[in-house]
Design a protein around this ligand. Structure first.
Ligand code: XIL
Length: 363
């Protein structure tokens, strides 16, 4: 009897021990694993988030509070309150902090492009922003998304004010400035729809061009706002291989999975996209039907199988949010939908997906 009790007790402790292993203990053997935190979460206002973070993550990125419109709302006027809290939170919770993002045409303050700035003026504005922001967190931010979304899906340069006013070299100007401000920080290029061949090739050219000029670039972020049917996994895998072949780290930076029907014109992840609400495009307001949940889980596992296969090339996996309740996909590209894109449900319960990912990496 005593033996039986002892056996049961030790079995119990084994199950508890393995159950206690989070993503960071298993996936974290190979790469950083984390999530984007919104400002309530990184201000430490959500105890349930602290619990999940402590158990599963060893890295985090700020979902919005390090974007230029938040950090420099008026020229020369910086507001670091939320970003400071984010960096403090990461240090308290042993998370490797990633900075997102220094130069992006979107979520930029209106003054940045106002008054028809000359090329020199805009360069000065950008350099000053980068110096101030990267300088403030020098030694505390592991890596920065230096430039976000500068390339179109067809491989051409995006005709943003950055490109129109400065020209293609706004990218190298930004990378140089970031490197000067924190010589130890890793520097990344980050974009969506990276499985599209023309875009992939343009990003590879960009890496080669920067490197040929002796400019530091450490990694490429594949945002990975994926869906049930796209991107094509073969093309997605080719992109992992192609970026790795350029000798940069490959990072899965904004992983989430839209499970809702899309308007036919929808594509990519340009935040400007906005379509009118229609009931038929919001079919799962109460709950996700079991068959759809299985389909989403399977599709997620298809991606994670790739991540596992390429674990020597992939240095970070970051979900774009923690729970379905906080996902931007509830409001983009259509406002007011109920989406189910993340590994934790609306009540912050772990979906079975999490255990499946752990099991996949645990052999
Ligand atoms: C999104 C945030 O999640 C939203 O809260 C915000 O309203 C818009 O931006 N690509 C990026 C991210 O690089 O910064 C975007 O984040 C999602 C698409």
């Amino acid at each position: 009897m005593k033996k039986l009790i002892l056996l049961t007790l030790s079995l119990l402790s084994i199950t508890t021990a393995s159950h206690a292993q989070g993503l960071k203990d298993i996936v974290g053997r190979h790469c950083l694993v984390g999530a984007a935190l919104n400002q309530w979460q990184s201000a430490g206002k959500m105890a349930i988030v602290d619990t999940i973070v402590n158990r599963h993550f060893n890295s985090a990125v700020a979902e919005n509070c390090m974007k230029s419109e938040q950090l420099q709302p008026a020229e020369g006027v910086f507001d670091f309150r939320q970003a400071d809290l984010f960096v403090d939170y990461c240090e308290q919770h042993h998370l490797t902090p990633i900075g997102h993002c220094l130069v992006w045409h979107s979520q930029a303050p209106a003054w940045l492009f106002a008054g028809q700035p000359s090329r020199e003026q805009l360069i000065r504005r950008i350099e000053n922003h980068i110096r101030t922001v990267v300088g403030r967190y020098r030694g505390r931010i592991h890596g920065w998304d230096v430039v976000n979304e500068a390339i179109e899906d067809d491989g051409s340069m995006r005709r943003s004010p950055l490109y129109d006013i400065i020209g293609e070299d706004f990218i190298e100007i930004a990378f140089r400035a970031a490197h000067e401000a924190d010589p130890d920080a890793e520097l990344y290029y980050n974009d969506y729809s990276m499985a599209i061949p023309a875009k992939r090739e343009a990003v590879c050219r960009l890496i080669r061009n920067l490197k040929s000029k002796g400019i530091r670039i450490d990694g490429v972020g594949m945002q990975s706002h994926v869906g049930l049917d796209s991107p094509d996994l073969v093309e997605y895998e080719r992109s992992i291989d192609s970026f790795a072949a350029e000798n940069v780290k490959v990072m899965i930076t904004e992983l989430d999975m839209n499970v809702l029907p899309n308007p036919w014109q929808f594509g990519g992840a340009a935040v400007e996209q906005n379509f009118e609400y229609q009931q038929k495009l919001n079919p799962y307001t109460e709950q996700l039907p079991a068959a759809k949940a299985r389909e989403a889980e399977k599709r997620y596992m298809d991606f994670f199988q790739l991540f596992y296969k390429h674990r020597q090339q992939i240095s970070r996996i970051t979900f774009w949010g923690i729970s379905d309740a906080d996902s931007w996909l509830n409001n983009w590209p259509i406002n007011g939908r109920t989406n189910y894109p993340l590994p934790f449900d609306r009540q912050y319960n772990e979906k079975p997906l999490v255990k499946k990912i752990i099991d996949l990496y645990n052999h």
